[in-house]
Design a protein around this ligand. Structure first.
Ligand code: SAM
Length: 162
């Protein structure tokens, strides 16, 4: 497969997963955490498909398209090892969806981040909350949920908090 087709498939799968995750929480109140603003693509999509949800965004730096940067009140700027615990404390039992997209090319670092996110998140999650992620994250108290049709196994990961 050409690299162009590969990128297109990856982004289509990501969009399908975000759309499915939004659908899975549609009957629940709660805020959204977007972990990894990057250039703001997925943040922009999440706010488009969930215009009535409050979305809080995490990144260590701002490198997003100017139109895809949240206001200061919805931005946790800094290393998630510092910002995520503060957010969990603030949003205890209020989070309906977490989208984590912080994968790097460093597998060991990815594993460390995934382990940290998984162990930190639970107090913030409401019953039925979805954790959608580009890396496998074991979140205590959650079970795996199937991916949307057509999304290859291990391309994305869904967990639902029980
Ligand atoms: N979801 C984004 C989008 O669609 O544009 C792409 C996110 S990009 C793949 C990953 C982002 O995670 C980068 O912007 C990087 O700065 C951020 N990141 C990685 N490790 C981080 C950490 N420990 N703390 C805060 N941000 C981190």
């Amino acid at each position: 497969m050409s690299r162009l087709n590969s990128v297109i498939r990856r982004l289509q799968a990501q969009r399908d997963c975000l759309n499915a995750a939004a659908e899975m929480i549609k009957d629940q109140d709660g805020i959204v955490l977007e972990v990894g603003l990057g250039n703001g693509r997925t943040f922009d999509h999440l706010r488009e498909i969930m215009p009535d949800r409050e979305i809080f965004v995490f990144d260590r730096q701002i490198a997003a398209h100017p139109k895809c940067i949240p206001d200061d009140d919805h931005l946790f700027l800094g290393d998630i090892f510092e910002t995520l615990p503060k957010a969990v404390e603030r949003f205890k039992g209020k989070v309906a969806l977490v989208h984590s997209d912080v994968g790097t090319g460093d597998e060991a670092l990815n594993a460390k981040i995934a382990s940290f996110i998984g162990s930190t998140l639970p107090p913030a999650l409401i019953k039925g909350a979805i954790v959608a992620s580009d890396q496998k994250i074991d979140v205590p108290g959650t079970i795996a949920e199937p991916l949307p049709e057509g999304v290859p196994k291990d391309r994305y990961f869904f967990r639902r908090y029980q």
